[in-house]
Design a protein around this ligand. Structure first.
Ligand code: TYD
Ligand code: MG
Length: 453
């Protein structure tokens, strides 16, 4: 092996580095995630020389202007970014293959090009013709958008420094490679190297860069989790492949709050923004059916109403079947145990299927009360009033506990025409009197069931 080169092992999920192969990663606990790579250990010398010149600065002497933000033309994306694109930021957009990452970023390019912003879209996955075909579905483009099909990092660096666009999109990081690194594109060292280079470009030239990264559960391609700590912002694009809507979730953001979500719908003309997700989630709710109730969950600062469905039926086997789609399976089991113990429902002989309609995933404890009421409604086969909504965390003694942002949730319910809102008794005190919606405070599950059924 050449001088300065060494063999190391990396965890593909978290980037943990080790000199020997291990079955289980000490960093993230993942099994069989280590891959072997050859790295060049001689590089750090240069860095050390530069560090010697560094000067320290007093925090009071640092001048900040108002940070410049560029709007992407998509309100949902702007919100997740914290108000638009920050100059010189590096944003990672991760997600399963085929979820719509390229479509989303091409739409951003389109909007920016219509505002006369210089954008460079670099694709290592598709040919110019393929991008053009996609672009034609999306709509009209301005003439400040340039395309480049390239995977060599040196060439990309040269092109960016020469053309100096304001925004660059790299689709995808797993196809980019540096010739000096022997491992294949998509390996941990290549992906890290590529991100490092892009980071230098972003900070050095003040260019904002979007990086697309595919998330793979298993396989040779390094997951973008390895880069999470290197970039400024991490957004994940998720959704059910079979449902049309997509959720963009902020996981890390140096320039704004995380937990914000953006909701999109995949149409024939690309992604369409869903401004009122609650309305969208509740469309198609059955009327007069038992086992269905509307609950409210917060996603960041946004209340989202969703329909919780439960189907409880007699089990023909000794081991009852239980499933939870869109929410935590263990939580559903726990809530069923609470119902069994505190209310005396004989659920242990029943199969139970709980589903959050629309394919969305919600894990906030505030939907506990909804899950409980849906299960009881199905068990007793009594429908719940359609204009009723509920939220609250359920504890092990069957008590209904406080949740945050009560006022926003009630307001959202009112906006969508609900007439009754069942919420934790302790949350009721802080609410303003409201004539359009009947607010019912409950302190335990029994009270809620008595009121509703
Ligand atoms: P794409 O952006 O290529 O996914 P990614 O870059 O995350 O791998 O999106 C792929 C899917 O989106 C593809 O299955 C087709 C669908 N699609 C539409 O339904 N409508 C459209 O207008 C476009 C462009 C894509
Ligand atoms: Mg793509």
């Amino acid at each position: 092996m050449a001088k300065g080169k060494a063999t190391v092992f990396f965890c593909q999920d978290c980037g943990y580095e080790s000199s020997k192969w291990m079955g289980q990663c000490p960093g993230c606990g993942g099994g069989n995630t280590f891959v072997e790579e050859v790295i060049d250990k001689s590089a750090p010398a240069k860095v050390r020389k530069e560090a010697a010149k560094a000067e320290v600065v007093k925090i009071a002497d640092i001048k900040t202007g108002r940070e410049e933000r560029l709007t992407t033309g998509l309100k949902e994306l702007d919100r997740v970014l914290g108000g638009g694109i920050v100059k010189g930021s590096l944003v990672l957009v991760g997600g399963d293959p085929g979820i719509g990452k390229s479509t989303l970023l091409l739409q951003v390019c389109r909007n920016l090009s219509m505002q006369k912003t210089d954008v460079l879209y670099i694709s290592g996955e598709e040919s110019l013709q393929q991008i053009k075909i996609r672009a034609e579905r999306i709509g009209e483009f301005g003439d400040t958008l340039s395309l480049l099909c390239e995977t060599n990092l040196d060439t990309i660096k040269e092109v960016i420094s020469r053309t100096k666009p304001e925004i660059v999109v790299i689709d995808s990081i797993q196809t980019m490679y540096n010739e000096n690194i022997t491992s294949a594109p998509g390996s941990v060292s290549q992906v890290r190297e590529a991100t490092g280079v892009l980071m230098q470009i972003a900070k050095g030239l003040g260019i904002s860069i979007f990086i697309v990264g595919h998330v793979t559960k298993e396989g040779v391609v390094a997951g973008p989790r390895v880069l999470e700590h290197m970039v400024d912002t991490v957004l994940y694009f998720e959704g059910d492949r079979h449902a049309a809507y997509r959720i963009l979730r902020g996981v890390k953001n140096r320039f704004g709050s995380t937990n914000e979500i953006g909701v999109f719908e995949m149409c024939n003309e690309g992604l369409r923004e869903v401004e009122n997700p609650s309305e969208y989630m509740l469309s198609g709710k059955p009327e007069g059916a038992s086992g269905s109730v509307v609950a409210c969950s917060m996603e960041g600062t946004r209340p989202i109403l969703l329909e919780i469905q439960a189907l409880v039926c007699h089990s023909n086997f000794g081991m009852p079947r239980r499933t939870a789609a869109g929410t935590d399976y263990n939580r559903v089991n726990l809530l069923m145990a609470v119902l069994e113990k505190r209310l005396g429902l004989s659920l242990s002989s029943c199969d139970a299927y709980v589903n959050i309609a629309g394919g969305i995933r919600m894990n906030e404890p505030a939907i506990d009360l909804g899950i409980v009421l849906a299960i009881v409604s199905s068990y007793k086969d009594v429908p719940i009033d359609e204009k009723t909504i509920c939220f609250g965390e359920v504890g092990l003694s069957g008590e209904v506990r406080a949740v945050s942002m009560t006022a926003q949730r009630v307001q959202e319910a009112e906006k969508l025409g609900f007439t009754t809102c069942i919420l934790p008794e302790v949350c009721k005190a802080g609410l303003k009197k409201n004539s359009n919606i009947n607010v019912v405070g409950v302190s335990n599950v029994q009270d809620a069931i008595r009121y509703i059924l």
